[in-house]
Design a protein around this ligand. Structure first.
Ligand SMILES: [Zn+2]
Length: 163
């Protein structure tokens, strides 16, 4: 449900019998991201424009001789003959999770709710608790290991007025 511009997520179950502290206010959730990015492809396209403003660049050989693979959100490098995506080499390398869910985790954990619990993230991002737990760890580690890409995502959140 929504109160003002805050989405209120009920953690755990029924609202009536829960103490007030069980209701965690988060101001970013998957449904909000989906309004701006109806599909994962929309977000990937947006990240690509932010990361490669002058066109895709192969992270393996650093050339620009790549072409988009039409059926996937990936590119094929015609120089080193490998394929890559906009998250190759970032802290999201290899993740099969919808990038819009990652955007929710990044926004909450790094900006609006740094102590967000795995439970609250699970509800906000529409994932199970184990996945939410892994996401929080990964975003936390990413702050040290991949600050550049995380900064790009946070800037994107602000530019799209999702925060
Ligand atoms: Zn290449």
């Amino acid at each position: 449900m929504t109160v003002g511009n805050l989405a209120v997520v009920l953690v755990g179950g029924r609202i009536g019998s829960w103490p007030a502290r069980s209701v965690v206010a988060v101001n970013l959730e998957l449904a909000v991201v989906e309004e701006t990015f109806p599909t994962a492809a929309h977000l990937v396209d947006r990240i690509e424009r932010a990361r490669w403003p002058t066109g895709s660049r192969c992270p393996y050989c650093n050339t620009r001789h790549a072409s988009r693979i039409k059926t996937e959100l990936r590119h094929h490098c015609n120089y080193c003959n490998t394929s890559f995506s906009v998250t190759t080499g970032t802290f999201l390398h290899g993740s099969r999770l919808d990038p819009r869910k990652w955007l929710v985790a990044v926004g909450l954990r790094l900006v609006t709710l740094p102590d967000v619990s795995a439970r609250a993230l699970a509800v906000a991002a529409g994932v199970n608790r184990n996945t939410a737990c892994r996401m929080l760890n990964k975003v936390g580690r990413g702050r040290h290991e991949d600050a550049a890409f995380l900064t790009l995502l946070v800037e994107l959140l602000y530019e799209e007025e999702l925060l």
